[in-house]
Design a protein around this ligand. Structure first.
Ligand SMILES: [Zn+2]
Ligand SMILES: [Zn+2]
Length: 288
């Protein structure tokens, strides 16, 4: 049996909105039966206005230092725990700062011998889409709901084309605050297909991310209609718990696995350091 997640491992050691230490996250992943666990701490933000709430005391310089400290600590843990769990060390991107983010993200990719990275976006024009319903509502009012969703998928598709991430993070994060029965419009779904095309061309796997299940925001990302399209298009999927501390390691991840099965997939992609991506049959994927 094998159990894995390639999006998560945020910790209070290096992320102001997470809890616990990175070592506690790793110990918990071992205790909860993970054989492979991806660490994908947030990248630094480079403009004061892009700090997450609660990071003001760190400032942009503090974030850059915290990311360097994260990378060193993560590689040290990878080696120290190698006989108990395979840790994959990576990071989670932003499409920030505007215009120059592709080069910034590539620089980060080169700055350490990272095993992989998660291509994620959490903003539109420097405004967070996943922080507060009122902020997302403002964006919806300005763009119109459908145009906002189309813009979201088009911009994420651009990121996938430019960065070719190993994993594409929570592709429909834009619907975080929508009701559980929310459905994207036909135009938004067409834009989502453009994103999925880009993911296929880049060889990226989709993060099937259980954070919404845990936090009361409905089905895992991506919601079932998107997963079904991905399955028909032959795009690979992987698991992501989006843990932000030891208490959330693996919590809700069986819902991701169930959604993958329901969408028609027969296997889940697992990344390992020696062998790269492998397709693991669904019946072999469960906590050890
Ligand atoms: Zn986070
Ligand atoms: Zn994220």
């Amino acid at each position: 049996m094998t159990w894995f997640s390639f999006h998560g491992g945020h910790s209070g050691s290096f992320c102001a909105h997470a809890k616990g230490t990175l070592e506690e996250v790793v110990e918990t992943a071992i205790a909860r039966g993970f054989t492979h666990y991806g660490l994908s701490e947030h990248v630094p933000r480079y403009r004061e206005q892009d700090l997450f709430p609660g990071e003001e005391h760190l400032g942009t310089e503090g974030l850059i230092r915290a990311f360097e400290d994260y990378a060193r600590a993560a590689f040290e843990l990878q080696e120290r725990y190698a006989d108990r769990i395979e840790l994959l060390v990576g990071f989670e991107t932003e499409a920030l700062p505007p215009d120059i983010w592709p080069e910034r993200m590539r620089e980060l990719r080169r700055s350490y011998p990272f095993d992989y990275f998660v291509g994620s976006m959490h903003d539109i024009d420097g405004r967070w889409v996943d922080f507060k319903p009122a902020m997302t509502d403002e964006l919806k009012a300005e763009f119109g709901a459908e145009a906002l969703h189309v813009t979201w998928f088009e911009r994420l598709a651009d990121m996938v084309r430019l960065l070719k991430p190993d994993v594409v993070g929570h592709i429909d994060l834009i619907r975080k605050f929508e009701p559980p029965d929310f459905a994207f419009s036909p135009a938004a779904l067409r834009a989502a297909e453009g994103l999925l095309d880009a993911a296929r061309a880049a060889g990226s796997a989709l993060d099937v991310n259980c954070a919404p299940v845990r936090n009361g925001y409905g089905a895992p990302y991506p919601q079932l209609p998107l997963l079904e399209i991905a399955c028909r298009m032959g795009i690979g999927v992987t698991l992501g718990d989006d843990s932000h501390g030891p208490d959330t390691v693996g919590v809700g991840l069986t819902a991701s696995l169930e959604a993958i099965a329901k969408a028609g997939f027969r296997s889940v992609r697992r990344l390992s350091r020696g062998r790269g991506w492998e397709d693991i049959p669904l019946d072999q994927v469960r906590p050890g």
